[in-house]
Design a protein around this ligand. Structure first.
Ligand SMILES: [Zn+2]
Length: 182
């Protein structure tokens, strides 16, 4: 059993390896566990750690690790349109929206919207979306917080471009590098 330090939350948990790539974490209290769950996503050596609440009545093979919450910043909205409703609506095109915040960034006086979205890890990360605003189309660019290893070729989390099945199966020229953010 190993003691694991969840640095951003300043909390520790006892970690037990159940099988390769599958771990059990024990926290000192329920509130500490909730704080760690709320502060994710977590990574170990830049590999994503997908956390699920333990249920003693569920067989290990039936846990669903296909989704993980990430904070996603939205850039490109006119400042008068940066509202929680607009941010929620745009973010809902990517996945289930768990939370929305508006916050000031650096020296910028107006606020930027961000949403905590339950991302489908099997799908490529989107770099943005086109939205209709009145008669105009706008490109809304996404920037993800605390992004772990992901593939520059297909945009999926969990492997490098050198081990990308999409690149091996298809013509590598068709896969242009993606620009995402940490
Ligand atoms: Zn890939």
């Amino acid at each position: 059993m190993t003691e694991l330090n969840f640095e951003a939350s300043k909390l520790e948990a006892l970690c037990k390896s159940l099988e390769p790539g599958f771990f059990s974490f024990s926290f000192k209290s329920e509130p500490e566990k909730e704080r760690v769950l709320d502060a994710g996503p977590w990574s170990f050596s830049s590999n994503l750690l997908v956390l699920q609440q333990c249920d003693h009545d569920i067989l290990e093979m039936y846990y669903d690790f296909s989704h993980c919450p990430f904070w996603m910043h939205l850039f490109g909205l006119p400042f008068g349109r940066v509202t929680t409703d607009t941010v929620r609506e745009i973010a809902s095109k990517i996945g289930e929206v768990l939370d929305v915040k508006l916050e000031a960034k650096g020296n910028i006086t107006y606020k930027v919207g961000k949403a905590r979205v339950h991302l489908n890890l099997a799908a490529p990360l989107k770099t943005g979306v086109v939205i209709n605003l009145g008669s105009k189309k706008l490109w809304i660019k996404f920037k993800y917080e605390r992004l772990p290893h992901y593939c520059y070729s297909c945009g999926r989390i969990g492997h490098y471009a050198t081990a990308c099945f999409a690149r091996i199966i298809h013509n590598p020229q068709e896969h242009r590098p993606l620009t995402l953010y940490n």
